[in-house]
Design a protein around this ligand. Structure first.
Ligand code: NAP
Length: 294
């Protein structure tokens, strides 16, 4: 389980609402993007292999959320896991990030789009709550806008109603996080960003997360960092620890406080990625990888 404590969000729940305990956050998330008609089978396989955190989005363009639901149902049916044993995370995506297969009425207000999108996600996944609901990305590449503020307040209402336990935001810059905190007086529970070694592994955003007790979720750790995987130093560390370069990168990510995602479609890689949890790098190796490219 991830060491960073997530602040209990119970204070935002309505008093009349029974409050489910905040679940522990798993130490690896299995990402379900780009799997199309293999989504159900791969989600099921990931859970059977040992993943307990699932990341998806109600964005049919890149995710097949109903397929995730089918994979979950197969696991429940065979007694592999119960709903309470899983951490389910999905996202609200603005219309400009979608194709024509929208999970809401585009004529509705943004607040209503959030409610409709989450209702559809719950239906897709056969559950009455998710563990984490994430804004897929702010409306602008620069600022935290009024649209973002409307969406975020709607997401907070969903949390107050018990339909999500925690909230997060993705594809966000340090400046936007600062503006968001100033506007709402509350940091998100999660930040999910693409993590480039060239950008110091998103060092500034990670530092903001550390200061505000936010769990930083890193994606594209392998695909965005091929030069790191091929770097002689990574290869040396891998050889010295009898691990693969991919495992070294995931172990590094955890060592610097990230919650990593993997989107592997390969059964052996699923096992390998999970096994990285027992790989501990020396502080020197962690520092060396952190400085490899930026
Ligand atoms: N918030 C956002 O905007 C956003 C954007 C992108 C992704 N995501 C989330 O993050 C998830 C993961 O995406 P990602 O970009 O990190 O990963 P990804 O591109 O889905 O896949 C990881 C890549 O690494 C390879 N791989 C995995 N484990 C490996 C291993 N042990 N050895 C060698 N190769 C390995 C995989 O190949 P094999 O399949 O052959 O193993 C695949 O090519 C997505 O599914 C999605 O849930 C979110």
């Amino acid at each position: 389980m991830v060491a960073a404590a997530i602040r209990s969000d119970e204070s935002w729940h309505n008093d009349a609402m029974p409050i489910p305990p905040t679940p522990p956050v798993p130490d690896f998330l299995y990402g379900t993007a780009w799997k199309e008609d293999r989504t159900a089978a791969l989600t099921e396989l990931a859970i059977r292999t040992g993943f307990r955190g699932i990341d998806t989005a109600n964005q049919r363009r890149h995710y097949f959320e109903a397929g995730v639901g089918e994979g979950l149902a197969a696991c429940y049916r065979d007694g592999v896991v119960t709903r309470a044993g899983l951490f389910l995370q999905t996202k609200f995506t603005y219309q400009r990030g979608q194709d024509h297969r929208l999970p809401y009425d585009p004529a509705a207000s943004l607040a209503n789009q959030v409610a409709q999108s989450l209702a559809s996600s719950l239906d897709h996944m056969g559950t009455d709550y998710v563990d984490s609901y994430v804004l897929h990305g702010p409306a602008s590449g620069h600022d935290w806008t009024e649209d973002d503020a409307e969406v975020w307040e709607a997401m907070r209402k969903e949390r107050a109603a018990g339909r999500t336990r925690l909230l997060g935001v993705s594809n966000i810059s340090l400046e936007q996080l600062e503006q968001m905190l100033a506007a709402h007086g509350e940091p998100p529970g999660f930040v999910q960003n693409r993590c480039y070694a060239q950008l110091g592994w998103d060092r500034e955003v990670r530092e903001f997360c550390r200061l505000h007790n936010i769990v930083y979720q890193g994606f594209s750790l392998l695909t965005a960092n091929v030069p790191v995987l091929r770097h002689p130093m990574t290869q040396d560390i891998a050889q010295g620890t009898k691990a693969s370069p991919a495992q070294v990168v995931f172990a590094f990510a955890r060592a610097v406080g990230m919650l990593p995602l993997t989107g592997t479609s390969d059964a052996e890689h699923m096992k390998e990625d999970l096994a990285s949890r027992s790989l501990t790098l020396t502080p020197e190796s962690v520092r060396a990888i952190e400085c490899i490219a930026g």
